[in-house]
Ligand binder design. Sequence first.
Ligand code: FES
Length: 158
Amino acid sequence: MFMTDNVFPARRTFMCASAVLGSAALLTACGDGHSEADTPEASSVPKPTGQSQVVMKLADLEVGARTSVQAKHPSGKEIPVLLFRPDEKTVLAFSSVCTHQGCVVTAESSQDDFFCACHGSRFKPADGTVLEGPAIAPLVRYATEIKNDQISVYVTES
Ligand code: FES
C-alpha cells in the first residue's frame, strides 16, 4: 500500500502549529494542503483553569470590535490571542493558530471576521467557526473574565 495524504498533512499541521510559537518565518513554509480537522461545529467556551492574565482594558475594546493581543502561553512564549466583544458584558477569546495548517489568524481583515492570510480561511468572531475554508475546524477557544474594567484570558496549551 502507498503512503497516503493522511500521513504527511497531519505531521505538517503539527509542525506548522508549532511554528506559531516559534519563528514567524517558518509560517510561510506551511504550504497548501487540506485540513485534518473534522469538527466544523463551534467548540464550547472552556471553564477557566490555570492562571488568568490581563490582556487589555475593557474600555479599549468597543462592542462589536475584534482585535489581537499578546498573551503568555503556558510554554512561556508570547503568542497572539484573538478577542471579540459581542456585547457590553462579554468578551470572547480564541487561539490565533489557524486550524488549517497553523499559520497565524489575525483580526486585521476587510470583513467582519478573523482572517488567515496563508490560504484565505475566515473565522466567525462570535464562535470561531469557519466562514470560508480551506480550514474546516473552528478556532480553539479560551476562557475569559472581565473584572475591574480589565479583560483577562486563560490561555491553555492548545
Ligand atoms: S494555514 Fe491555511 S488558511 Fe490558515
